[in-house]
Design a binder for this molecule. Structure first.
Ligand code: NAD
Ligand code: TYD
Length: 360
């Protein structure tokens, strides 16, 4: 009897690495992590599991049909969880091509390989198999203040190349269920934060810039609203969706934690003032700098997660206050990891995105 296994794609990224660690800690099945190791993929985020016998790493692209097919044939997984994606909105504005290649075409190739594998399984194994696609609330577009949060029935209205490429991948997943009967599940989650997030995203960027005494760039008026969820809670939701989710269904996942960007940044500053006061004794808030807005910047995202709560029995364990404090502490305590990611490539990105962004 071979050991049960699952394949996770993009497991060296932010959410993927948190998921891999949680899986190894709580589940018995072997986890095979297939990752292309782009700038966002970091094996240092997996150092705690790398020698665990339940963990296997494979360096590959989800868009490589032959490589994915060979892995499926070799490992015989009971599920595939697809995290792999280009994930940063600002990068999608500077260069949308890679987003279409990985998020749309890559997901298509992955689905094709999985469909061929799944079609050849026994009836029982086909029934048990699951393809879980990890997606975002950004596919639903932008809400006005006071508008009802996104439900699973909200029409898609993506506004950035990132969200459009994710929306396309969600539609492909839906079509593979509808047309071929592939047992799919899609999760659409709000903004995550927590350990191992690449510091191009708002929360880690603000923590690291503050510690370095650099400006804290706030796009536009700082009143854009996101619903923030601690990454560990997202990972728990995905594990529950995998075990309890119904085939062909979509589950929205969110933290019920709507915050304006300026409030998020001020909260981080206050925690840093307490845990690591600046040498100058000036409050970190004095580093806040309003800069030119992101083109097409979505005003507000909010999630109605009642279906996940009712059907999966999922509820977030962290509040924003507890999660953000844990996160700031993690970045303070893990300077080795931080030093490993703020490479030459990172500096180039900072120059490209912020160098020409005028203060407002
Ligand atoms: P990330 O950018 O931190 O990591 C992406 C990972 O995918 C990296 O390890 C990268 O090397 C890998 N990858 C990229 N292209 C690949 C390819 N062609 N083949 C194989 N691997 C490839 O992203 P994240 O923030 O961890 O997000 C993971 C998933 O969750 C994405 O699908 C994203 O759309 C979704 N999501 C993210 C958030 C968020 O707030 N970060 C919220 C909701 C949904
Ligand atoms: P981000 O972390 O990039 O996530 P997303 O765009 O997927 O929501 O950004 C979160 C919010 O913070 C978003 O409204 C854009 C804003 N933002 C800034 O104000 N300054 C920054 O330097 C960054 C990266 C983001």
């Amino acid at each position: 009897m071979t050991q049960t296994s699952i394949i996770v794609t993009g497991g060296a990224g932010f959410i993927g690495a948190n998921f891999v660690q949680q899986w190894i800690a709580h589940e018995s099945a072997t986890l095979i992590n297939l990752d292309k190791l782009t700038y966002a993929g970091n094996l240092a985020s997996l150092s705690t599991v790398e020698s665990n016998p339940k963990y296997i790493f494979t360096h590959a692209d989800i868009g490589d049909f032959d490589a994915v097919s060979a892995l499926l044939a070799q490992r015989h997984p009971v599920a595939v969880v697809n995290f792999a994606a280009e994930s940063h909105v600002d990068r999608s504005i500077h260069g949308p091509g890679e987003f279409v290649r990985t998020n749309l075409v890559g997901t298509f190739q992955l689905l094709e390989a999985v469909r061929a594998y799944w079609s050849a399984l026994t009836v029982d194994a086909r029934q048990r198999f699951r393809f879980l696609h990890v997606s975002t609330d950004e596919v639903y577009g932008s809400l006005q203040p006071g508008e009802a949060p996104f439900t699973e029935r909200t029409p898609y209205a993506p506004n950035s190349p990132y969200s459009a490429s994710k929306a396309g991948s969600d539609h492909l997943v839906r079509a593979y269920h509808h047309t071929y009967g592939l047992p799919t599940i899609t999760t659409n989650c709000s903004n995550n934060y927590g350990p191992y997030q690449f510091p191009e995203k708002l929360i880690p960027l603000v923590i690291l810039n503050a510690l370095a005494g650099k400006p804290l760039p706030i796009y536009g008026d700082g009143l854009n609203v996101r619903d923030w969820l601690y990454v560990g809670d997202h990972c728990t939701a995905i594990r529950l969706a995998l075990s309890r989710g119904r085939h062909g269904e979509v589950y929205n996942i969110g933290g019920n934690n709507e915050r304006a960007n300026i409030d998020v940044v001020r909260t981080i500053c206050r925690i840093l003032d307490e845990l690591r006061p600046a040498a100058s004794r000036k409050p970190y808030e004095s580093l806040i700098s309003f800069v030119a807005d992101r083109p097409g910047h979505d005003r507000r995202y909010a999630i109605d997660a009642r279906k996940s709560s009712d059907e999966l029995g999922w509820r977030p364990a962290e509040t924003f206050e507890s999660g953000i404090r844990k996160t700031v502490r993690w970045y303070l305590d893990n300077q080795d990891w931080v030093q490993g990611v703020v490479s030459g490539e990172y500096r180039k990105w900072m120059e490209k995105n912020y160098g020409v962004r005028e203060a407002t």
